[in-house]
Design a protein around this ligand. Structure first.
Ligand SMILES: NC(=O)c1ccc[n+]([C@@H]2O[C@H](COP(=O)([O-])OP(=O)(O)OC[C@H]3O[C@@H](n4cnc5c(N)ncnc54)[C@H](OP(=O)(O)O)[C@@H]3O)[C@@H](O)[C@H]2O)c1
Length: 279
């Protein structure tokens, strides 16, 4: 896939080892930014019903000369539509907004455990896959207990789980669970949303050794952890910079230095899926 290594999901779908994040990228300006990302070489595009940008993603796909089958397009089901019936119509609505016949990936955005409806939502995704509306189904922000529940109640294991993951919150336990169950970890806010992690002295020193930038070192760290990062960047320059992470490797010692930066309270906005809800 365009010089970017790929990963194979548990249902056989191949996806690139890095994708493009699109939160807050929407409207006509958003179409230009997403088109630029596709031109730069991104083939996996993350979006969500709640980002209000499925239309912009669809327009960028139509503007691009890349055949549809070479792209991997993701959207996500919002918390207010977890009932089976609403989930099915929301998937249909996502497709209509994007002008697509199918999504490559569709995820449940948040488990919202107090609502206790995510198993119903999962059943809707399972059926939508059977009907050909989605090629691969996954979840986002599911803790091991939520994953256990959907696997136990439906017998279907998600192909991926998109979770908050950056050097200040490295999610070791969650990643081990995914590995044991054949679930790919996708990293949201892989650059810590450009917070102070981009000024970290330890990462800066590793960057100097490799003649790379701090974002490139962080993205390489994700890749060597086995996670699939989804950096968002608005300019073509940063989009290119973030893709140039396949021509060097971090040593075990450098990985260890970055692994040690994690903190129990390292989440950017304290969004613990056990209690945090998003609709
Ligand atoms: N599933 C979920 O619940 C969930 C939650 C949050 C995010 N996500 C997904 O994950 C994606 C990424 O997360 P995110 O957007 O929160 O944060 P992020 O990708 O960690 O960071 C984005 C920020 O980093 C800046 N940036 C990007 N490349 C840079 C570079 N090379 N040098 C310096 N700054 C750089 C961007 O600036 P510019 O844009 O100005 O270039 C932007 O401010 C989202 O877009 C979304 O698709 C999912």
């Amino acid at each position: 896939m365009h010089g970017i290594p790929s990963k194979t999901l548990n249902d056989g779908l191949e996806v690139p080892a890095i994708g493009f994040g699109t939160a807050n990228i929407k409207g006509s300006a958003g179409v230009s930014i997403i088109s630029s990302a596709i031109d730069t070489g991104y083939r996996l595009i993350d979006s969500a019903f709640n980002y209000e940008n499925e239309g912009a993603v669809g327009a960028a796909i139509r503007r691009s000369s890349i055949p549809r089958e070479q792209l991997r397009i993701t959207s996500k089901l919002p918390g207010r539509h977890h009932s089976y019936k609403k989930a099915v119509t929301t998937i249909q609505e996502s497709l209509l907004r994007a002008g697509l016949d199918y999504y490559d990936l569709y995820l449940i955005h948040w488990p919202n455990p107090k609502q206790e409806m995510y198993v119903e939502a999962w059943q809707a995704l399972i059926d939508a896959k059977k009907w050909g509306l989605i090629r691969s189904i996954g979840v986002s922000n599911f803790l091991p207990e939520h994953l256990e529940k959907i696997i136990h109640e439906t017998g279907v294991t998600p192909s991926m789980n998109q979770v908050e993951l950056h050097p200040y919150f490295s999610q070791e336990t969650q990643r081990s669970y995914h590995q044991e169950h054949g679930i790919i970890t996708e990293s949201w806010s892989p650059l810590g949303r450009a917070s102070h992690v981009l000024e970290n002295k330890d990462i800066q020193s590793i960057a100097q050794t490799h003649d790379k930038t701090i974002p490139q070192i962080i993205l390489r760290w994700h890749i060597q952890l086995g996670a699939l990062p989804l950096p968002k960047a608005s300019s073509a320059g940063r989009q290119r910079e973030n893709l140039a992470v396949f021509d060097f490797s971090l040593s075990d010692q450098e990985m260890h230095t970055i692994n040690k930066l994690t903190k129990p309270d390292g989440r950017i906005h304290d969004q613990d899926p056990a209690i945090y809800e998003e609709f």
